[in-house]
Write a protein that binds this ligand. Structure first.
Ligand SMILES: [Zn+2]
Length: 338
């Protein structure tokens, strides 16, 4: 294993909770809008799984992308979590305060010659062939230097011939050939903001997160994060990717699909709907909001979660979230921002 550089040592010393417990999980929403049914699934699953295993559960606001953020959304997310009975450990972390840590890690990679500047435009990258997962694979244009006359835009991590294999706690064995399915990927974007993969890896390590329960829409990006952990000589957490809720058209419920905000004044129907979506045991009818979590911690079963990447909201057997009709607007395909 490689020795972490000075930047990494500082990074690892900055954990707020000291030596790690057997289980430390987290929920890490982006403040691009209020919490909705889709984000409640990730919050509920990560919280119930952590507490059921005697673990800690942290909240981190991933306010890394100011152009996409909505003023007041972070405060509203925390207020909603409180109203829904979530109790997190330690201080809430904000990625907007972590720029120095990300810059130190990027600089350590630059010193080691593992990252390179890229001058390709978004339009050029859209012309690159797609890999098996449907992503445009970086063709390596700037790997040996930015072509003459081109401006340095983004910073990319070279992936060489790396293949990443891991066992997802729910979805089973996973494998990704980074060179053929992704290519060298962006750690610092052309607009100057740090990329999600860098921030999430640096912060999970700094916070001592060792179990990550999150939506399966992030499954294809996990190999990149594990590769970066390996390059930085960081431990790889356990991963469990739950199915995401999709609208009738198959798109993931998200802020971009204008999924309805969770109601602040009546949490129980949404909590029960999320619980039912994850195919957990039906709670007794007398359960009220205050009693929901103690009951949930006693009845959460990983093995009951459907082994699927996405489930349409309202399919047989699942309660519909409140205001499900508001979740039907289509969404443009996502993708890496460079
Ligand atoms: Zn390039």
């Amino acid at each position: 294993m490689q020795e972490p550089g000075t930047g990494m040592k500082q990074l690892l010393d900055s954990t707020s909770l000291g030596e790690g417990p057997a289980y430390r999980g987290r929920f890490a929403p982006s403040p691009t809008g209020p919490l909705h049914f889709g984000s409640l699934l990730a919050a509920l699953a990560s919280y119930a799984d952590a507490r059921t295993h005697g673990g800690e559960w942290l909240v981190r606001i991933e306010d890394l992308d100011p152009p996409r953020e909505q003023p007041g959304a972070a405060a509203l997310i925390l207020k909603t979590l409180e109203a829904y009975g979530f109790e997190w450990d330690g201080q809430v972390w904000y990625q907007s305060t972590r720029g120095e840590a990300y810059a130190a890690v990027l600089e350590s990679l630059r010193t080691r010659g593992l990252v390179f500047p890229c001058g390709c435009t978004r339009a050029e990258l859209q012309l690159a062939p797609q890999g098996a997962g449907g992503e445009h694979v970086y063709p390596g244009t700037c790997r040996k230097g930015v072509p003459a006359g081109r401006r340095r835009r983004a910073w990319r991590l070279g992936v060489g011939e790396a293949q990443v294999a891991f066992e997802d706690l729910l979805q089973g064995p996973q494998r990704q050939d980074l060179a053929r399915e992704v290519g060298d990927f962006v750690l610092r974007r052309a607009d100057g903001w740090f990329a999600y993969h860098l921030a999430v890896v640096v912060d999970d390590a700094a916070q001592g997160i060792n179990t990550i329960v999150r939506g399966a829409d992030l499954l294809p990006s996990t190999a990149r994060q594990i590769y970066l952990q390996q390059v930085l000589a960081l431990a790889t957490p356990r991963y469990l990717h739950i199915p995401v809720a999709t609208a009738a058209n198959g798109e993931k419920l998200s802020k971009q699909t204008r999924a309805a905000a969770l109601p602040l004044d009546d949490p129980l129907p949404s909590l029960k709907a999320a619980w039912a979506f994850l195919q957990q045991e039906t709670p007794p009818p007398w359960l009220d909001t205050r009693e929901f979590w103690p009951w949930a911690f006693a009845h959460w079963r990983r093995a009951a979660i459907p082994r699927a990447l996405g489930i349409r909201v309202g399919e047989a057997g699942f309660a519909s979230p409140p205001n499900a009709a508001a979740c039907e607007a289509p969404v443009a395909a996502g993708g890496e921002t460079v």
